[in-house]
Design a protein around this ligand. Sequence first.
Ligand code: HEM
Length: 510
Amino acid sequence: MDLFIGVAVFAVVLWYAFLYTRRHEAPRIPVLPSKSILGHMPAPGVTIYEWLAKASKQYGPVFGIRILFVNMVTVNTAEAMREFFEARSSIYSGRRAPKMAELAGMSEGVLFQQDPHQLRQGRKFLASGLQPSALKAYQHVLHVHVVHFLDRVLRAPTKILTLVPMLPTGIALEIAYGYRLKDEKDPFVQRARKSVNRFIQATAMSLEDGFIVNWMPLLSYLPSFLPGMSFKTTAAEWDVWSKANAAEGFNTVKQDVANGTARPSLLQRALEDQKGTYDEYLLMRTATQVYSGGSDTTTSALKTFVLAMTLYPEAQAKAQAEIDHHMANKGAGRLPNYASDRDDLPYVHALVREVMRWHMPAPMTTRTATEDNVYKGYLVKKGTTLVVNMWSILHDEDVFPDHEVFRPERWLDGTLLAKFDADPLDVAFGFGRRVCPGKYLAIDMLFTAIVSTLTVFDIRKAKDTAGNDIVPKEEYTNRAIVAPLPFPCVVTARSDAAKQLVDNAMSAIA
Ligand code: HEM
């Protein structure tokens, strides 16, 4: 009896302590009301980042939403992002894997790393090879892959969109592993593509093509034999496969280092020049994120470039006139690139910046709060998920009244950049401690691929059977990494001299 009274008194004290704490806690960031069980899950065909951008005009830069049973805080302006992710980076630099990605073993490496020490190590490993000064060592790798890309397009111009992914995947594999791909059927490339596709599926958050367990994580505790639990078998199979895939690439480089035959790469440097600095398992998993992080994002931006050139021929003509003038003076007989020509090609630079603004590859990212924090009088509890909507910055109608139009000129005189203080070439890569580690590689790769493509090819609208232009629709996939859906266009070499330029470059690298 005494025990019963003791337990009851203890429970009452605990309950009052809880109520007292709650009463004295700051209020939470208000969640927009919703009567639907799905909460603010966007309807099929509606993108959440566009919806949030519109809602932020009414509810302010920071507000809460609910999707099924999960509440999240959304952040929609550059100012608020700086305040959360730069000024308070020690609190808001966590990132949790969607449940399916966690079950499939994809939370290892850097992207969804929970352990601060491992995260620091992984980011240090990537930065050691991907910061601007280190990238100089890979200029030749970029050149070789871009020349191969141009050559492939020359041979099969109608396939330009399907040829694009090989370019960033090939560069990523060579930089991470020192592996030079052979052709489209190369088994290493096939495995890298499979790995990226699975990653995209596992992290998809839309009801159309995502896994429901990402929104209802408790499902993962139910037994596998119940109906609807097939995701568990899939996750287990993907987990085994992705470990084996990561190990195969890693062990090959390790063996090559031991034999003294390893080609220069991030892994070779870590295992040879910086031997003993990093945990080997972390290296193994992080190396795969060079291609899972770099392939589809850069592919998306390059496809957006092709779409923009198809829809906006006047922008293409201006860029080509600038390139022709510059190369006639300074670079006859060679292809332009980022390191040597960027400063002399302001219009092309503005065009690359506008590609990243018009349809950024990753319109949103997520973070989690790693401790309780009060933001503008509101309590953000430890573990809260924050949705970082970079799209709303680069499509803010107050800054870009014609935000849907592709117009490189807006960046030319620097006034907008100075006034706006949110460069697409920064914003599109995130904020603070978790900013994209491949940002400088991606910008170099994009500039070099775009300027070379414009040097060699014209991209035009296709014609229908009656000879009329087919105007492609600006339709995009609706996933964490967006990309244009296939569209018609015609690609032709600009001249025999342009073809010769590619042939000469191919002979020089053979
Ligand atoms: C146009 C190309 C690219 C875009 C638009 C892009 C965009 C992003 C964004 C928005 C993030 C999240 C940042 C944040 O949370 O603040 C990110 C993270 C990441 N990116 Fe990129 N990225 C690109 C290319 C690359 C490349 C080439 C690599 C290769 C190394 C890469 C590797 C990664 C990795 C490993 C992360 C996770 C970092 C972390 O969680 O700490 N990305 N990227």
